[in-house]
Ligand binder design. Structure first.
Ligand code: MBD
Ligand code: FE
Length: 311
């Protein structure tokens, strides 16, 4: 069928009416964005001759996505969150900002308000028989290579099942298990004592995995650890490392892997003296370089609705 109605006055008037384009009230920015999104949707329907059945399947999908609470999970899955990083990387490049630890996506599983300690934090509150001890340590430096004392390094990751506390479908984990924040010491150093994570997989019956499967994709991530790093005079860094050797390192459904963010693991002994659950443990060194404020401002603080324990 070659029915094309998008360019007609009737359809253009409909698009303008739908966002109250010329009327009083409402938010002009939202009008602009919704007008463009609706226009692109209508044009897609015209161009690809999308059938009414297909449109209603899509509407139904959005209802399921909302019921499952997975819009924040679909966003990285369809590359939307990665796309925002690509744009921020390009903005930094255009502004001549370089040299910091690369950013990569926050993802939907952060919880506000993890406990903060000085220098070192033990993140594993709950026992996890299938996870061995892991020490994550490193230094925070500024773009001059100087250690940053008093920086806050916040960290969160999954357990041996790939589940995050607060979002664990089995309900097994305590609040803030495998989550915590450390203030760096006088040498800019931080250290987390924790347990080795396993990669996350999307909920098996959720809307995100449904779409990914329909695209012939999977919904799994390699083992990884998330960070927020903040310090006086520096821009907030949102990043992660992915752990070397995971077969999904370059097949992450959320597209968060970056060459510079692949952590290598060393085998250590002496864990008993550190209070770890076994003497043999794994260690990841992850040094972090922050970039300075831009004209006194942090242009990296992203506002989004984040989970909290009380809510
Ligand atoms: C995760 O653990 C994650 O980091 C992202 C981006 C999406 C889903 C689960
Ligand atoms: Fe994650």
């Amino acid at each position: 069928m070659s029915i094309k109605v998008f360019e007609t006055k009737e359809v253009q008037d409909l698009l303008n009416a739908a966002v109250n384009r010329d009327g009083e009230g409402g938010n002009p920015r939202l009008k602009q964005i919704v007008h463009r999104l609706l226009s692109d949707l209508f044009k897609t329907i015209d161009d690809l001759d999308v059938t009414p059945d297909e449109v209603w399947a899509g509407v139904n999908y959005l209802n399921k996505l909302g019921r499952d609470g997975e819009a924040g999970l679909l966003a990285p899955g369809i590359g939307l969150e990665r796309f925002l990083d690509i744009r921020m990387d390009a903005a930094d490049k255009a502004a001549g900002i370089e040299g910091g630890t690369p950013r990569t996506i926050e993802g939907p599983l952060y919880v506000v308000g993890a406990p903060v300690t000085n220098g070192v934090a033990k993140l594993d509150k709950d026992p996890d028989a299938d996870a061995g001890p892991l020490v994550i340590r490193g230094a925070v430096r500024n773009s001059n290579g100087e250690p940053v004392a008093g920086a806050t390094v916040e960290c969160w990751h999954a357990n041996s099942k790939g589940f995050y506390s607060h979002f664990d479908p089995t309900g097994a984990q305590s609040d803030f298990n495998l989550r915590g924040a450390v203030k760096t010491d006088a040498n800019g150093r931080y250290e987390f004592h924790t347990l080795m994570p396993v990669g996350y997989g999307c909920p098996p019956h959720g809307a995100t995995l449904q779409l990914l499967h329909t695209l012939g994709r999977h919904g799994n991530r390699p083992a990884h650890v998330h960070f927020f790093v903040t310090a006086e005079g520096c821009r907030k860094l949102t990043t992660q490392f992915n752990i070397e050797g995971d077969p999904l390192i370059w097949d992450d459904f959320a597209y968060a892997t970056r060459e510079e963010l692949i952590a290598s693991v060393s085998e250590k002994t002496g864990g008993a003296a550190l209070g770890l659950k076994a003497d043999a443990y794994k260690e990841i060194e992850f040094d972090i370089v922050l970039t300075p404020l831009v004209q006194g401002k942090d242009n990296q603080v992203v506002q989004r609705l984040r989970a909290s324990v009380a809510a």
